[in-house]
Design a protein around this ligand. Structure first.
Ligand code: ADP
Length: 527
């Protein structure tokens, strides 16, 4: 295959730009061509006719804000599109790959400093290359009684996950909500600090997000308006004790009652965290593989699912919840939760208590106790082969009726395209994050193509029913952005007005979230 180039640049001009980049960060920190560039490719290529979609032309790895500013000078001069990632592990949504083919990935994984942890006020300030594993290890090594809230895969970047509005499972699970303070480099090289960080010698940057005047932190989430180089997050004080509970229900239709029972407990803060209602297949995948139960074509038949669940002793729906706090509080809350769910016929309730510093063994359980894990990756073994996944992630109103409706919609379409319903619902306060993973064998072009078609159909169905995605793969960013079309796309018009003002040459992550700078607007909808 010929070499990928940024659009509109000749090979010779691009080589000059690469030389200048090497001058800015050192030759070993520019990845151009060769096998190393494979790390910036995404396994999901929904249109096999276009294998070059989302291919990077190079990657550049700065180690400091000054190096980032030097890169920006070069990118502006050459109109070189840069695609910013922190550690680039945004799997199921594009990994480290750029939306605009030929972009240079600006990879911040070398910026790995944990700049501050304050135990008294319970926060941390980190650079983009710091992973959840890193911060957790740092806290433990120093004996600090603080928890970090990990997302399902602990190896990702705190900055990357937070900017994508990722979520985890403790009471600090809403990562965008527990973020406080950012340092951002704009496309013109200007460096700003948000909120109280605007004080040149301040004391409260990680304590009070708004600051004085307009508040901009949210503007740099799921956008392409700047490069975030420092980010503050709040950490959870380690509770004196916690309890992990599971409630297994037998019938598909029990989803409705589970959600209806959970909502009031969530709203009155009896349950204070992102409890998870996990579908039977996802639960089973934690302890077995699909081929043990079924190896025919298409989605697993109901009879095979039933047999599997019975044999493994897991439910069609499995609610995982946790309670945190002093033992007296745990007991009181536990009694309330059990009383509420015992009303669901056939519900099986189990729970275990832990001291605040105890560590549960299972990956998902560890996430509830602020310990990063990689348990979620078991899913890739579910179907065997060279497993990969792409996710359908609509926001669901927190009602039993909506949850059933989304579940039925997803399951039916997934079966039509030959995929199992591998999903669950994570409880916000008034909404649920419904995540249904489409697991495919990346070596199988037909299956990959079917996954691609399925995602588009699922998104259309959801939109027709009044639902929208909270996050999508690169391939669907334009499609999703267009769905948020109130008043002929007023939201996207505002985003693109801002984009053109803060990034006139259009160099930062063109196409991210459907936001195209003037220079590249003709690329909307193309891959
Ligand atoms: P993770 O490795 O935690 O999954 P990524 O590094 O892949 O996260 O980041 C996810 C997405 O967030 C990227 O595709 C990019 O759009 C955005 N992003 C990540 N880091 C930054 C950053 N430092 N500044 C601006 N946007 C970023």
């Amino acid at each position: 295959m010929t070499r990928a180039l940024p659009p509109n640049l000749s090979e010779a001009t691009f080589d000059r730009a690469l030389d200048e980049l090497a001058g800015a960060v050192g030759r070993p920190n520019v990845v151009a061509g060769g096998g190393d560039l494979a790390a910036y490719a995404d396994p999901f290529l929904p249109s096999p006719e276009n294998p070059r979609a989302f291919v990077a032309s190079a990657a550049v790895l700065p180690a400091s804000v000054d190096e980032i500013r030097a890169i920006l000078r070069i990118a502006n001069a050459y109109r070189l599109p840069l695609w910013t990632v922190s550690t680039g592990r945004n799997f199921a949504y594009g990994g480290a790959a750029p939306r605009l083919a030929g972009s240079v990935v600006l990879d911040l994984k070398r910026m790995t400093r944990i700049l501050e942890v304050n135990e008294t006020l319970a926060y941390a300030l980190v650079e983009p290359g710091v992973t959840y594993f890193d911060l957790h290890a740092y806290l433990r090594e120093r004996g600090l009684r603080l928890w970090v809230d990990p997302p399902a895969a602990g190896w990702g970047s705190i900055v990357g996950n937070t900017l994508e509005r990722g979520f985890g499972y403790t009471p600090y699970g809403d990562h965008a909500a527990t973020q406080c303070g950012m340092e951002v480099v704009l496309a013109n090289g200007d460096v700003l600090r948000t909120g109280m960080g605007g004080l040149a010698a301040g004391t409260s940057w990680q304590l009070y997000r708004p600051g004085f005047g307009p508040s901009y932190d949210a503007m740099f989430m799921q956008s392409n308006f700047g490069i975030v180089t420092k980010l503050g997050i709040w950490l959870m004080p380690q509770p004196s004790a916690y309890l992990l509970g599971e409630i297994q229900c037998r019938e598909e239709s029990d989803l409705e009652a589970i959600v209806e029972t959970l909502r009031p407990l969530r709203l009155d803060e009896t349950i204070r965290h992102h409890a998870v209602v996990e579908g039977g297949i996802r639960r089973a995948a934690g302890v077995s593989s699909r081929a043990q139960w079924y190896d025919g074509p298409g989605a697993m038949p109901e009879s095979a699912v039933d047999a599997m669940l019975a044999k493994l002793g897991v439910g069609r729906w499995n609610l995982h919840y946790a309670l945190y706090g002093a033992p007296e509080l745990l007991d009181a809350r536990h009694a309330i939760v059990e009383r509420a769910f015992a009303r669901i016929r056939g519900a099986r309730l189990t729970a275990a208590k832990y001291a605040g510093d105890a560590e549960p063994v299972g990956g998902a359980d560890r996430n509830f106790a602020g310990i990063p894990s990689m348990g979620a990756f078991r899913m890739l073994d579910w179907r065997g082969g060279d497993g990969a996944h792409v996710d359908f992630s609509p926001i669901c109103p927190f009602t039993g009726r909506d949850a059933m409706r989304q579940y039925t919609l997803a399951k039916t379409r997934m079966a039509e395209y030959g995929f199992d319903y591998y999903g669950g619902f994570t409880a916000g306060e008034r909404h649920l994050h419904h995540i249904a993973a489409v697991i495919f064998n990346r070596g199988d072009a037909r299956q990959t193509g079917a996954a691609g078609d399925l995602l588009r159909v699922l998104m259309s169905d959801a939109h027709a029913a009044g639902y929208g995605e909270y996050r999508t793969h690169l391939a669907y960013m334009d499609f999703a952005a267009a769905q948020y079309g109130f008043n002929e796309g007023a939201l996207l018009r505002l985003s693109e007005t801002i984009k053109d003002a803060v990034d006139p040459e259009g160099i930062l992550s063109p196409g991210k979230q459907g936001i195209w700078p003037r220079a590249w607007r003709g690329w909307r909808g193309y891959t």
